[in-house]
Design a protein around this ligand. Structure first.
Ligand SMILES: [Zn+2]
Length: 218
């Protein structure tokens, strides 16, 4: 039933089954080398499911809780690392609330989203790339990080927020709300963030062990 084994999307290591979500019939694997927990290919959501789920996401411009949360990402996540230049809001969602907030601050911001703002900003370069609640959705994070690198200046920073794994206890993982969203398919901690950077050409500069990580293009 759940014996198939998966290859880690970061380091390709053969990974053992870690957890079966019986309600959703989803299998998760744990990489023995970088500690990424990832959903097996067989049960990944298709694009229709994915898009429908994103349309339900809590990012309407009028939701004060969401705005306060993004304000905190800007002041505590972005501001300490941002040193000017063009910004890319990568995975901006159905309504680009973060883009709009930064534009109101006078920043030069461009948004990109696979479904909702799909024009790739070819020919532009950025010094700061923001991924707010995006990393956990990426099927192939290495190719996305390499694509981002192709638009990034030397010294550019990827600043991202997500929810990182706090421990590897199966019971804790089983009761973690974060994995219940069927579009959340990869779960990171310090060692998998490190591997992500190593394999995609970015240096992991900082991660707070909870939700914030910063990568720098060497
Ligand atoms: Zn791995």
């Amino acid at each position: 039933m759940m014996e198939e084994s998966g290859n880690c999307p970061l380091c390709s290591s053969r990974s053992d089954h870690f957890y079966h979500n019986s309600k959703q019939n989803r299998n998760f694997y744990l990489c023995p080398d970088c500690s990424l927990i990832f959903q097996g290919r067989a049960s990944l959501p298709d694009e229709l499911e994915e898009k429908a789920r994103y349309e339900l996401h809590h990012n309407s411009g009028g939701d004060q809780g969401y705005i306060s949360w993004l304000e905190r990402f800007i002041s505590e996540g972005m501001d300490p690392w941002y040193s000017g230049g063009a910004v890319l809001d990568f995975g901006s969602g159905p309504r680009p609330v973060l883009t709009d907030m930064l534009k109101r601050k006078g920043l030069d911001v461009c948004s990109y989203d696979k479904y909702f703002s799909p024009t790739w900003p070819e020919g532009r370069t950025f010094s700061c790339i923001l991924l707010s609640e995006v990393l956990e959705h990426l099927v192939d994070p290495l190719s996305e990080f390499r694509k981002i690198a192709s638009l990034s200046e030397t010294g550019a920073k990827i600043i991202l927020q997500s929810a990182f794994l706090q421990n590897y206890d199966k019971k804790c993982f089983g009761s973690w709300w974060y994995k219940e969203d069927v579009t959340h398919i990869r779960f990171y901690s310090a060692s998998s963030l490190q591997m992500l950077g190593l394999k995609s050409g970015w240096n992991l500069e900082y991660q707070d062990g909870r939700s914030l990580a910063v990568f720098r293009k060497p």
